[in-house]
Design a protein around this ligand. Sequence first.
Ligand code: 13P
Ligand code: SF4
Length: 349
Amino acid sequence: MKKSNEPTEKELSAEAERLFEKGLGDLGYTDQDLERCARLTWKINALKKEQHAVIPAHVYQRAEIIHGVADMVGDSYMLSKLCAQSKAKRIVFCGVRFMAETAKILNPEKEVLLPALEAGCSLSESITASDVRALKAKHPGAPVVTYINTSADVKAESDVIVTSANAPQIMRKLYSKHDKIIFLPDELMGANLAKALDKKIGRDLITWKGRCIVHENFDASSVSLYRKMYPGVKILAHSECSPGLTAVVDLIGGTGDMMKFVEKTKAPSYMLVTECGLGDLARTKFPEKVFVPMCRLCPYMKATGLEQILRVMEKPSAGHRIEIPADVIAKARKPIERMFELAEDTVKL
Ligand code: 13P
Ligand code: SF4
């Protein structure tokens, strides 16, 4: 007799077939890979039902997670919105720690699990709450606008949170009331924002020295060569890339903006200058379109695999459970809610 937590041979091959149909075959998964993944996704999906759990996954996650077990897939903004509305008892967050912390801040009564402890972020780790307090003391009265890629403690010291999907729009609104804004912690995104909003760094915009270890390494030097090699190619770059690069691309924005651009335009080919997961997702979502390879892996995002998800659901250990002190949650929640209001125009400044 089969064990209740093991798929039968028939269930296993149906699950492998489902993963193939989702486009994993086109991404290079072999039959062996599909069978290995299917065994795990089948078990995770069974546990999800039993535990009333939900799995949000960022677009940079591995394709087998996105297509095999995720209930919601999106950029940082979309995932925070969806987590705020979730009715599940347990949230198993497939992304990085700051994303799981944001889910916990918005769902303090729920259990939030992070499958991989190594899933940090160089931006989040570049700044502490005491750094923010020191900046506030140096620039009294300037609102602190903080990128969502930060810890709960840093968010708790902030006035408004932004994501790559809404930073220019929210900053523009804030500049109608303030001459000077502190933007943390991404130095390159800060430089891109200063350029877009015609502001001077150091005078109108105070920035920090954080950088994304993935996006800071793309550079502009080969863009003209790519344009010659792929006539008509649309080059889209994440707003964490350097201003030297963003000056010569067709779109600068977050991962959600890039996906929308691809969906709405008709170009001979696209180059997504960002983490490799987005290209994989775009290839499965738009199989008829051509994507020129150009990406880098984020070691933090790729720290999560199906094995870690299964392990954390079967036997969550203390480190994987996101715990944030109640006073920090209460303080960090306000700037996130402010973001929702400003991004969705539900409030006047
Ligand atoms: P998005 O919000 O654009 O998905 O970006 C998250 C991130 O970590 C980019 O490196
Ligand atoms: Fe952080 Fe960069 Fe990785 Fe995004 S891609 S999680 S910003 S290190």
